[in-house]
Design a protein. Structure first.
Length: 130
């Protein structure tokens, strides 16, 4: 199955990783958990957030699944907007997210080339490791 979108993941140690997302629901969580997409960060919950990928970049959403260390989206003005658990937010091409101590850059397959991270953002709230 072809990838519908990708996330460029930037860990707190500065290392980057690209992960592919499929059409439909993609649950993001820490490695060893029951998520569809698992990342190497203990600051993530086992089921941290869900990204739904639609047919076009305007049909994509993100939802925090009640994570311990919260999720946020970077607004066009560069501010962090915390995601309320259980609320679905539109996820635009090039959107930057913060989950725990991990930064993510969303790219839909219809998008252009790689979009660099604009700035480093501090994590949302205090990080709790479980």
């Amino acid at each position: 199955m072809a990838a519908a979108a990708s996330l460029t993941v930037r860990y707190s140690n500065g290392m980057d990783e690209e992960v592919l997302l499929r059409f439909g629901s993609n649950v993001i969580g820490k490695r060893g958990g029951p998520a569809d997409v698992t990342l190497s960060s203990q600051s993530l919950s086992r089921r941290h957030a869900m990204i739904k990928v639609g047919d076009s970049a305007v049909d994509c959403t993100v939802e925090d699944l009640g994570s311990t260390n919260k999720s946020a989206i970077v607004t066009p003005s560069g501010e962090l907007q915390a995601l309320e658990p259980g609320t679905v937010y539109t996820l635009r091409e090039g959107a930057q997210l913060v989950m725990g101590d991990v930064q993510l850059l969303f790219t839909h397959v219809e998008g252009g080339g790689a979009i660099p991270f604009i700035a480093h953002h501090d994590v949302v709230g205090e990080t709790v490791r479980d």
